[in-house]
Every structure is written in structure tokens, then in C-alpha cells.
Design a protein around this ligand. Sequence first.
Ligand code: NAP
Length: 313
Amino acid sequence: MKDVYTFADLRDWRAATGDEKPPLRLSVFGDPVAHSASPPMHNAALEKCEIDARYCRLHIRADELESALRLLPQAGFIGANVTIPHKTAVLPVLDEVDDHARKIGAVNTVVVDGEKLIGFNTDGPGIVRAIRAEFGVDLHDLRVLILGAGGGAGRAIAVQCALENCERLVLANRTLDKAQALADELAPYFKSPRVLGPVARLEAVALDIDAIKRQLPNIDIIINATPLGMSPEQLRHSSFDIRHLPLLPHLLVYDTIYTAHRTPLLQATDDAGARGANGLSMLLHQGALSFEIWFNREAPLEEMRAALLASRV
Ligand code: NAP
């Protein structure tokens, strides 16, 4: 199996992959895609469940997306994941999109059903399971602050918080307009006054240490959905220094970054005596949910987790 296949390979899939045993019948579509940890995770699950299929990476550019998806039935695919930058662009191409994915406005899982392509989103439900697994609490019961609410991951998490009817939601973003637009969109979910006290249930704020400091007494969990902390360069070039958040010991901190190193935010969490977890569990649970959609059976979580841990850099 190659590390990455292309659209040209998909056009003649049997010639490109004919000798592969088990056959390649699942993939992740992305651009770039070489970094994706989904193949080792899903291949561990397929092997454990003795399913005669394997999962690969497909480098698909934006202008190839529709044609590539339409090739999946004839190439014998069971389904696919879609990642950056296709999660929103894929919606109009699909024959059906489930309600939940439509509300999130993004699809990360496609099922091939005969000639039909059906879209789902497991990123939102994945974070619900991840938070429950890491901290033993439900998003529904929490006052949540999302850093980077203007991006793809931040949006999926924010919409999921709204659908879960979480206690309180604060959307922080470098580009405040994006967080404000999302807050306006989600306002109908936060009409009832669940919280007693002076704070609003739903707010958009700038990604600024002082603005966030004012929010923290009324927050239970911080979810970082920015890439800040993935590499030292990113921290050097950002005016927002995530290492200097004035964290309090009562806080839960979930960093969606899933690199092997303890991120600067999680180091600061440890220093403050608060509880932190990284994004590996979100990646794991969104993958497990995709597997459950494709095969209508429980996913082997421990094998998937071990494969992710082994493949992480
Ligand atoms: P994205 O769509 O590009 O969004 C990036 C977000 O971060 C935006 O809100 C952006 O703000 C903000 N941002 C980017 N650079 C910044 C900087 N230098 N200073 C302040 N804010 C900055 O990216 P994404 O796909 O949502 O991914 C974001 C993070 O989530 C990545 O670290 C990725 O690894 C992680 N992720 C994890 C999982 C998982 O399963 N664990 C899944 C998906 C993503 P603006 O709106 O102002 O540009």
C-alpha cells in the first residue's frame, strides 16, 4: 500500500491497487493528507474485526472532490472520511446528509450505499464521548469556553455544545466577527435562562488574555481549537500567548492538538494544578463513530487507541 494515493489512481482504482489484499475500500480525502493518522487507526480496527478491507490516504484537491466522490461506488468503496479543506464543500455533492451533519454544516464521514453517497458528522459527537471518557462529565452540564471558535474544529464543537444544550458557551476567536456570527447563529439554542447570575449564557469574545480572564470564574472547561502549541513557531508568531492564560485549579482543559508532546497549554494546566487532556481521544472517538456508521457494530477502541499512540509524532 502506498502512503498516499491520488485522484489519477482513483480513476483506475483496480489497476492502481489490484494486488492489495485485503482490498483498499476506505480512505480519507484531504489536501494535504500525508499527515493523517486515520489509516493506522482504522486498519487496526479492520484487522481486529477481521473485515476484508483496508483504509488508505487519498490526496484530493478541491477541484477534484466531486468527481472523486462519484468514483467511489464503482471503485468498490464502503465509505470515506473527508478532512481539510473539504468538510463543508462536500455537502452539496452528496445525495443525502443526515440532520446532525447539516446542523454542524460539515461532513467528515461518507457512506457509499449502492450508487448513493450519504454524509454524516462524527467530530461533534466525538468530542462529547472524549470529554466523558477523559473527565467523567457531560458537555450538557458544563460552562464551556472555546478558543478558536472561528475554525472548522471550533465550529463543530460549538454547534455540538449548542445541541447538547450546555450550561454556558463562550466563543473566543482572533477574528471576533467570526465568533460573533457563530454566536448569532447559535442564539436560539440558548434562550432559556439555565444559569443564575450576571453572566450571559452565550457570548463571543476576542482571543485576548484580559477578555478571557474575565470569563474564567464562570467557566468549567476550556477547549483549545486553535493550532497554538502545535509548534514553537506558531507561538512565536501569535499575539495571544496561550501559555499565559491565568488558569484556575477547578478548570478542565481539553487541547484538541494531539501531538505526542505535552502542549504548552497542557503544561500550564499541570502547573496550575488543573486537569487536562489532549485531542487524541477526540480523534479516536470520531474515528470509532465513523467505524460504527460504516459497519453497524461497536469499534475496537483499545486497538484503535494503541495504533494512534504508535503513529503519533
Ligand atoms: P482552522 O479551520 O484553520 O481554524 C483555526 C482556528 O484557530 C481559527 O479559529 C483561527 O482564528 C485560529 N488561529 C489560527 N492561528 C492562530 C493564531 N496564530 N493565533 C490565534 N488564533 C489562531 O483549523 P481546524 O481544522 O479547526 O484545526 C484547529 C486545531 O484543531 C488544530 O490544532 C487541529 O490539530 C485540531 N483538531 C483536532 C482534531 C481532533 O480530532 N483532535 C480534529 C480537528 C482539528 P481565525 O478565525 O481568526 O483565523
